[in-house]
Design a protein around this ligand. Structure first.
Ligand SMILES: [Zn+2]
Length: 418
């Protein structure tokens, strides 16, 4: 099973917008750009809204059937590990094997010695085509890599083999190490790929931690030039590693964007075009924020519920933000008080929430808190879902437009965000 050159990961917490999401890919195809939709939902999200992995498969299949989409599409078991992969085996054909927590885990010294022996041919300077400065690799550096990453590599191999035994060859594997504080450098990525090849993990995408902060639902925080250099070197390192370690020829970078990293989209676009490479960009479930904006715009009942969700989120701040501590950054003093929010009309609420940096009402703190407040909507059960269903004519176009104009177009076509 092979993943298309361009693919884009979409999340849908409540599994109601599959068709509206797929419309963005349809419209892109009308402009001769084939991007594979990958519906992703993590174990954490399933737990929070009490859904099961099969629901994502059903949503994807249904959207594809109704729309007549004739191309590849995938269902991603996002950020799984050995304790929860079993639940995803049947319904998924894309597995994001998350081994971030095994970085720096203890491994036998013999394993490290073996790793150094296999990679000893790289000791010295290695020149990677198109990267101006050579990398210097010493024995100490290889030892450091072994200590730091071999535990994660061996864990990835365990999970990969588990999936392979159950599914045979019909799945796509990704390894992710992005949910950590410290970015992996291009030369570290090169050695990680060597280790994955050594342990027989056939990945088609790899998601390193890039430099900068990737807070959920808001723009990139960091130096765009540094990101661009790192992204470009990662891409070239992968190209070299494919040949050196006999990895799948379509192996590509996966950017776990956390959604809305508008200021680095141009760098990603220019770099993949420069070298004619593919990319996978995964987004978080910001489709749920479009649902919320749509509810606010729908008038009284929807707006009241949206306000109620915000008020409750503020009270339960620690509980909601806790699981996302490393991937959000909320300055609490910039959060509006419920008393104020309750006076807002539809336009003010939706503009405060939606990510338009040119709109003076936009408030990234408000947006981030509501992004992690989907648990409250889930608890309201029927009330939320039935309002979303009743207002699908308002919500659907917002969902489609968000994915197409703000993400797919700038990343894959190089169009500016309008
Ligand atoms: Zn991730």
């Amino acid at each position: 099973m092979k993943l298309n050159k361009y693919s884009f990961g979409i999340g849908d917490r409540f599994a109601r917008q599959g068709l509206a999401q797929l419309m963005a890919f349809q419209k892109s195809l009308e402009n001769n750009l084939l991007i594979t939709p990958v519906w992703n939902k993590s174990y954490r999200e399933h737990k929070t809204v009490h859904s099961i992995p099969q629901s994502v498969r059903n949503e994807a299949d249904e959207a594809v059937k109704v729309s007549g989409w004739e191309h590849e599409y995938r269902v991603d078991a996002d950020h799984i590990n050995l304790t929860n992969v079993e639940d995803f085996i049947e319904s998924s054909d894309f597995f994001t094997i998350d081994v971030a927590e095994y970085i720096n885990s203890k491994v036998e010294e013999e394993e490290i010695e073996q790793f150094i022996k296999i990679n000893s041919k790289f000791i010295g300077e290695i020149e990677i085509p198109s990267i101006p400065e050579p990398f210097y690799i010493g024995r100490d550096f290889l030892w450091h890599i072994g200590e730091k990453f071999l535990g994660a590599i061996m864990e990835a191999a365990k999970i990969y083999q588990y999936i392979k035994v159950k599914k045979g060859p019909s799945f796509i594997a990704e390894v992710s190490m992005d949910e950590v504080e410290e970015p992996q450098t291009p030369v570290e990525l090169f050695m990680i790929l060597s280790g994955l090849a050594q342990y027989g993990v056939e990945i088609q995408t790899i998601a390193p931690k890039f430099t900068g902060r990737f807070n959920k639902g808001v723009d990139y925080v960091g130096d765009v030039k540094t990101f661009q250099k790192e992204f470009e070197e990662d891409l070239l390192v992968i190209d070299y590693a494919i040949r050196e370690f006999n990895l799948p020829a379509n192996l590509k970078l996966s950017v776990h964007s956390g959604s809305d990293k508008f200021s680095i989209y141009e760098s990603i676009h220019n770099t993949i075009k420069k070298y004619d490479k593919g990319v996978h960009v995964k987004t978080a479930g910001t489709t749920w924020l479009e649902e919320l904006a749509g509810l606010a715009l729908s008038g009284r009942q929807g707006l009241d519920l949206a306000k109620e969700i915000y008020s409750k989120a503020l009270v339960r701040y620690d509980e909601l933000t806790g699981p996302y501590a490393t991937v959000i950054n909320i300055r609490r003093e910039n959060l509006p008080q419920p008393k104020e929010v309750n006076r807002w009309d539809s336009i003010k609420f939706s503009q405060t929430l939606r990510h338009d940096q040119n709109n003076p009402n936009y408030n990234p703190e408000f947006r981030q808190l509501l992004h992690v407040a989907y648990k409250i909507a889930a608890e309201s059960g029927d009330q939320f879902i039935s309002l979303v269903n009743d207002n699908k004519d308002i919500i659907g176009p917002l969902v489609t437009e968000n994915i197409l104009n703000k993400h797919i177009d700038p990343i894959f076509s190089g169009k500016k965000i309008v």
